[in-house]
Design a protein around this ligand. Structure first.
Ligand code: PLZ
Length: 455
């Protein structure tokens, strides 16, 4: 079976059959050989969820060096949203590779960068004039968002929310909630970063208004609006465990920011680029962020990230104040243009809605059967289950990371790559590519159901 959800004419990766297939122990002998070479030269600080070494991939299928095929429910943590090696994206990148690979946009510019900026202006919330700076990674987008907000406001402080994840650079390490493994031993950290309470409805039981009042009280008392440059929020938290904030929470925060001259920054690095059945999760909450951060899925698998925002804010940096050698690389930018085109041409926002429907219906059915599934949540192709200790689902909601690990292992052994998440390691997240058919998704969920049965 070929991948019918990749509708472009030619298909790189058509040699990848769209099926789950396990032909060796996991990891197989060739993967084990590669792993032995790897541990001799790569430090353990760079870990791997599942050490099967990948040879090819197409759509939602990963093929390892031993010939095992996995249904990929992680998409490289939300990067190959349009599917692995999507034909039109590969063609666009290959075409650009034949033209030129690099000039450095801040030396001699090129159209692809400008086109990505136009597309981001067109497809982000709000019809105000916008500008975009392109960089290499999500963390770099966060760094630049904060830089620009400080420059524009002339204020020092940065606020983030509990359970946030923003990256691995020095500033972003200070912005993450979890110390281990991201920050442990890596200090000293950037100052003037404040962690405000968030909205985590399953645990705090607060309404959006109540949670927002709590967050705002913290910002006012602990920092003071006059010193606050920006509030950085993930509209749906990624690494934290796909928490969908209570109704009204995010709009109340944005309103407070606007009233107090605080730049409202949406980190949509994981939740954006057609991930949730909309271009941006912000749209589900009626937000119009001052700055919106994109990365991961924007270039279909190539490194690219951006800060898109209100012209008057973005224009505050001095000429030469923004940039970087590889920022907006022409091959990545050409791929990003093809990603936007694929989203439009192949109606990929609808695929996100389709995947949500299937995931939610099957996961809530499992929840009725297994009381350790405390919560099923998320939007679009960004859905998670939070696992709790037996009998605590309606009381203390004790995290159950052991069950999460067991289920992820069971899935891997049976050809399904499933990612974990959550501050307490108690969340299984479903972050598949939009090229995942209902048939393959059902197959993957059958494997998960077997996993629950065998717990
Ligand atoms: N903001 C919301 O999800 C990256 C981390 C993978 P980079 N999340 C995946 C890992 O273990 O390093 C992320 C994110 C949000 C920022 C980032 C950072 O993006 O491209 O990894 O720098």
């Amino acid at each position: 079976m070929t991948n019918t959800l990749d509708t472009a004419s030619s298909a790189p990766g058509t040699t990848v059959t769209q099926e789950r297939k396990i032909v060796t122990a996991i990891p197989g002998p060739k993967s084990q050989e590669l792993h032995a070479r790897r541990v001799a030269v790569v430090p353990p600080g760079v870990s791997s969820t599942l050490p099967v070494y990948i040879e090819r991939a197409h759509g939602p299928i990963l093929v390892d060096v031993d010939g095992n095929q996995f249904i990929d429910l992680g998409a490289g943590i939300g990067v190959t949203t349009v599917g692995h090696t999507r034909s039109s994206v590969v063609e666009a990148a290959a075409g650009q590779m034949n033209d030129f690979l690099h000039t450095l946009f801040t030396i001699t510019p090129y159209e692809e960068y400008v086109r990505v900026a136009e597309l981001l202006a067109e497809h982000t919330p709000g019809d105000h004039p916008k500008r975009t700076v392109l960089v290499n990674s999500g963390a770099e987008a966060v760094e630049n968002g904060v830089k620009i907000a400080r420059r524009y406001t002339g204020r020092r402080a940065v606020a983030v929310l509990d359970h946030a994840y923003h990256g691995r650079t020095n500033l972003t390490m200070a912005m993450n909630y979890k110390a281990a493994p991201y920050a442990t031993g890596f200090g000293p950290f950037a100052g003037d970063v404040y962690h405000a309470p968030s909205s985590y409805p399953y645990h705090d039981g607060l309404s959006g208004q109540e949670a927002a009042a709590r967050t705002i009280a913290y910002l006012e008392k602990r920092i003071g609006a006059v010193d606050l440059a920006c509030l950085v929020v993930e509209p749906i938290q990624g690494e934290g465990g796909f928490m969908v904030p209570a109704d009204g929470y995010l709009p109340a925060l944005q309103e407070w920011c606007t009233a107090n001259g605080v730049v409202f920054i949406a980190d949509e690095i994981q939740s954006g680029m057609a991930r949730t059945g909309a271009y941006w999760a912000s749209e589900h909450f009626g937000l119009v962020p001052d700055l919106i951060l994109s990365a991961k899925g924007i270039a279909g698998g190539l490194p690219l990230a951006g800060v898109t925002g209100r012209a008057e804010i973005m224009d505050s940096a001095l000429p030469g104040g923004l940039g970087g050698t590889f920022g907006g690389n022409p091959v990545s930018a050409a791929a990003a243009v093809a990603v936007f085109e694929a989203i439009e041409r192949d109606n990929l926002l609808d695929e996100g809605k389709r995947i949500e429907k299937k995931l939610k219906s099957r996961l809530t059915a499992l929840q009725e059967k297994y009381d350790i599934i405390g919560d099923v949540r998320g939007i679009g192709a960004m859905v998670a289950i939070e696992l709790v200790q037996p009998g605590t689902g309606s009381t203390t909601k004790e995290p159950n990371p052991a069950a999460v690990t067991a289920l992820a292992n069971h899935a891997a052994q049976n050809g399904v790559l499933l990612l974990t998440a959550g501050t307490y390691g108690s969340v299984l997240r479903f972050l598949p590519s939009l090229a995942l058919s209902d048939e393959l998704l059902d197959d993957a969920l059958d494997v998960l159901a077997e996993g629950f049965a065998s717990l």
